[in-house]
Each structure stands twice: as C-alpha cells, then as structure tokens.
Ligand binder design. Sequence first.
Ligand code: NDP
Length: 280
Amino acid sequence: MSSNQPYLTFYDGRRTPQLGLGTWQVTGDATAPAVQAAIEAGYRAIDTAYIYYNETEVGQGIAQSGVPREDLFITTKLWNNRHELDSAKSALQESLDRLQLDYVDLYLIHWPVPKEKMYLQAWEALIQMRDDGRAKSIGVCNFNADHLQNLLDKTGVLPVVNQIELHPYFQQTELCAYHADHGILTEAWSPLGQGQVLTDPVIQELAHQLQASPAQVILRWHIQMGHIVIPKSANPDRIRENFNLWNLHLDDAAMARIATLNKADGRIGPEPELFHVMKG
Ligand code: NDP
C-alpha cells in the first residue's frame, strides 16, 4: 500500500518517514501482528531496541509484511553495557541476526550513561558500522547538548537524530533549538506521554473541535513541529488511528494552545544524565 506520508531528510542525505511505530512493551505473540498491522496501514518505519527483547518478533512481522526491504525504515539501539568498541560492533550484528536483516536504516546509542565515560567509544563504533554499511545512518537517544557537543568536538561527526522524551507536557525547547542549529533531527519518544496527555482538557477540547481523537491531535502537533514521532500501540485499531493524520491540520491558535501545556516537571522517564542501568 502506498501513502502520502511525509518524509524528513537527514544531514547525511538519507530520508526517514516522519511517523513510525514504537515497540517498547510490545512483547511476545503481540509483536509480529502489531508490526504487520502497522505496515498494512501504511507505516514504513519501525522503532525497536535490543532491550525491548522483541527484535526477533519485529523481524518476523517485517518478513511477513511482504513489503520490499528498501521501502522500510528500521531502527534499533545499542544497549548500555555494550559501549566498548568491539562489543558494540558485535551487538549490532546480533541485532541484525535477530531481525533477519543485512542492515538497519538507523542505529542509535540508547543512553549516554555519562558515568561510565564510554559513549565516545560507542560512537566511534557506530561511525565504523555506518562506514561498513550495516547501519545506513547513525544517531543517539537521550543525549543532552553537552553530550552532543562532545561527540562533535572529539569525532567531528554529529548524530543525524537525537531521540528524546518529548510530548506536550515536556517540550524540550532548548535541546530542540540546539538540534536545529546543528542539523540534527529531533525524534520524540513517549510522544503521547505514555498516554498521560490524552486526557488533557485542552487536547480533549481541540479533538472535539477538529473531530479527531486526542491521540491524533497530539501526533499532528508533533508532525507540524517537525519531529519524527513513534507512537506505540499494540492495538490494530489504534495503530491505524495514529497513522490517519494526513488530512488533519492544527491552525496557529491550536499550536499555540498546545505550546502552553509544557510543564517544568513534565518529564515522565529517567533523567538522562543520571540513568545508568547496565543490566541487559
Ligand atoms: P507513547 O507515548 O507512544 O504511548 C503509548 C501508550 O499510549 C500505550 O499505553 C498505548 O496503549 C497508548 N495509545 C497509543 N495510541 C493510542 C490511541 N490512539 N488512543 C489511546 N491510547 C493510545 O509511549 P512509549 O513510551 O511507548 O513511546 C513510544 C516509543 O518510543 C516506544 O514504544 C519506543 O519505541 C520509543 N521509546 C524510546 C525510548 C528511548 O530511550 N530511546 C524510551 C521510551 C520509548 P495501547 O498499546 O494499548 O494502544
């Protein structure tokens, strides 16, 4: 199935669908059908990670979809205990074997874990993976501006994308400005605030006015903000609903109202500077 979904172009010249399926907490038998439902609905991007323990099932869903590999955009991530150069390189191969793929479109360092002081070595490994073609593009998650600047200063190579927690309650304006200044695309994880933003009165009111669902209003906000966005759902109806955004438009007043929802304490997930879970 073709669709007129938007794509964004990385500074390395490659392009990504702007909307993809998130798969954290999509496990076991639910995974391949969710991936298939998404691809059937028109999604071409799927986001997984070693630590989601579902790469094998994501790979099955991809294989069963029948869509040519080159039309799909598959992302996976390097876990925190594999930052050492050789370990990182074998971690990607292990992910590829589970996914039954020869390459990923995007490989990301999952967390910087600055306490371990290893993310520069992981980044060197990702640069090599990009150069050998097993990762078409390389990026990071959960890096703050200092971590990004350190990558640039020490290796001269910036990530094409920084995947960060971002939703109407936690809009990360300063970090997004750093991204924009450096040609890095912003990818929003937990774009629905893990569901918590769906019941916000402003979102509910806009949904009513626009005859859309709250999830569609939030996702459309992300699209118009220029974020790559990866809502998770394991439910085929909601997977389809989350992709049905292309005729929806938020006017300047609606965008401005959502801008006011940002909260100083709006973060739901861990603080990246402090997150150092190594078990995997
Ligand atoms: P989301 O903000 O995507 O919210 C997911 C929740 O919203 C689920 O409970 C889902 O339930 C529900 N939901 C989805 N669509 C709808 C809808 N249309 N109506 C009502 N409820 C809905 O949270 P995630 O934390 O999963 O983030 C998305 C993705 O981001 C992850 O899956 C993962 O791929 C990535 N991520 C990356 C991180 C990183 O460190 N790099 C960290 C966290 C996430 P249901 O399944 O029942 O529909």
